[in-house]
Design a protein around this ligand. Sequence first.
Ligand code: ASN
Length: 351
Amino acid sequence: MATLADAANTAAPRLLIIYTGGTVGMAVNRSGELVPMQFGRLDRKMPELARLPFQLALLSLPAPIDSSNVTPADWLFLAQLIGRHYADFDGFVVLHGTDTMAYSAAALSYVLEHLGKPVVFTGAQVPVGVSRSDAQRNLVTALEIAAARHPRAHTVRVPEVCVFFNDVLIRGTRAKKVESQQFAAFKSENYPPLARAGISLEFDDKSIRLLPGAKLKVHSNLETGVAVLRLFPGITEAVVSAILGIAGLRGCVLETYGSGNAPTAPWFLQCLANARARGVWLLNVSQCEEGRVVQGKYETSARFAELGIVGGDDITTEAAVTKLMFVLGLGLGEERTRQLLMQDLRGEITH
Ligand code: ASN
């Protein structure tokens, strides 16, 4: 672990930056492609870090990655790392590629149960060191959020896994990457941002989850036998039955239309029934960016409840995939699994 900055005041907040890769730390290789690099001396690239009133330390993954290569094993590794250093730091900032940041933030939200300290994911669209980079701005404010306390009570301000990007703080289970060319890469879906950064940081305290009563629990299992089936007009029986028939499939996010609607063709419903008979959990998530799944509102979702398909309310696909991995990874019985899938576990759904 490298010490980046020791504030003169030893009571200054202690923050751990975990560098996983992503554009923030990339450089162009000989073929002209952006590839992840070791950060080396981050404080040389960002001298402003030394001026922050924090005690900063940096940990890098042994081999930084483009976040398109992230796996559930990486999420568990990250969670263990945070768990191991939990007592020694007041907050954590994870530098991560933007492509799958929303999945990673959602996964960590589930795996870190009863979290009482901030875990702020951030990154950049332009690498640090390039003059127009957004890295400095994103990282400095993410650190401030990780250190933030309520002005009077001095309790932790954001005891959540969240994403900070381009001046907006988003709950980890509500983030979605919506832009690949602009700096405003993320959107908070179906939930207000937790904070906005302007000249000052404005927290929306009523939208932030309260401190947990219990001790942090770091879960160590995620079920990887999951899939996503996105419907489109003209989808064939061959496609649906191939996906739902995958050997070892335990759960599938069904990306449906509008308020959770899907074809009523008998072959389609039969494919769903066959999957359910094999014990595959189906979680109904809308392709719409706003709004929610209401099973039974239209005839086109009327059979879903009786087939045992779980309505995902206003959950995002990112939060749904990782929720399936987490809940199925707990290895619980039928009834408890259904309850947890329907329940709001980490602020991912609003009933
Ligand atoms: N491909 C990069 C990544 O996700 C994109 C980025 O970080 N802006 O690692």
